[in-house]
Design a protein. Structure first.
Length: 147
């Protein structure tokens, strides 16, 4: 369960960022999803006036590449910054062609100044690295393809 102080901090982070959605999940299974209200302005061709619409429950994520038929994706469990290596001077945890075992660390996603190690969920070979080092990743965004 999230405390009121944690929720207030999440709201502050969301408001100060360019993110439109912040979704987090604790190891105990408790989840929180915060979404900034958005306004869409549209103009119809037949009428010169502008309408403002406030949509409800619309989720916008980065485009997700579908894994090839013989592959599965390792997806980000949280919103945060993707790091391919444990430090800027280190080699990446994995690269294309590397064999991994279930539980091996494949990257880090930093969220709220907390470094979260992302682990392989099964044995296999990394066939694609889909995220770029130092870039923001969304919840559920594919990071790697594995076969």
């Amino acid at each position: 369960m999230y405390s009121i102080d944690e929720i207030k901090e999440f709201i502050s982070v969301l408001e100060a960022s360019s993110l439109s959605v912040l979704e987090l999940q604790k190891e105990d299974g408790s989840k929180i999803r915060l979404e900034k209200p958005r306004q869409i302005i549209s103009q119809t061709v037949s009428q010169p006036d502008v309408q403002t619409v406030a949509p409800q429950n619309i989720s916008v994520n980065q485009p997700q590449e579908a894994a090839p038929d013989n592959c599965k994706s390792i997806k980000s469990p949280i919103v945060g910054v993707f790091y391919a290596a444990p430090s800027p001077d280190s080699e990446p945890y994995v690269s294309v062609g590397k064999q991994v075992k279930k539980g091996d660390t494949v990257c880090i996603v930093e969220a709220m100044k907390c470094m979260n190690e992302i682990q392989a969920e099964e044995d296999g070979e990394i066939v694609a690295v889909l995220a770029k080092d130092g870039e923001l990743v969304e919840y559920g965004q594919p990071l790697f393809n594995i076969k």
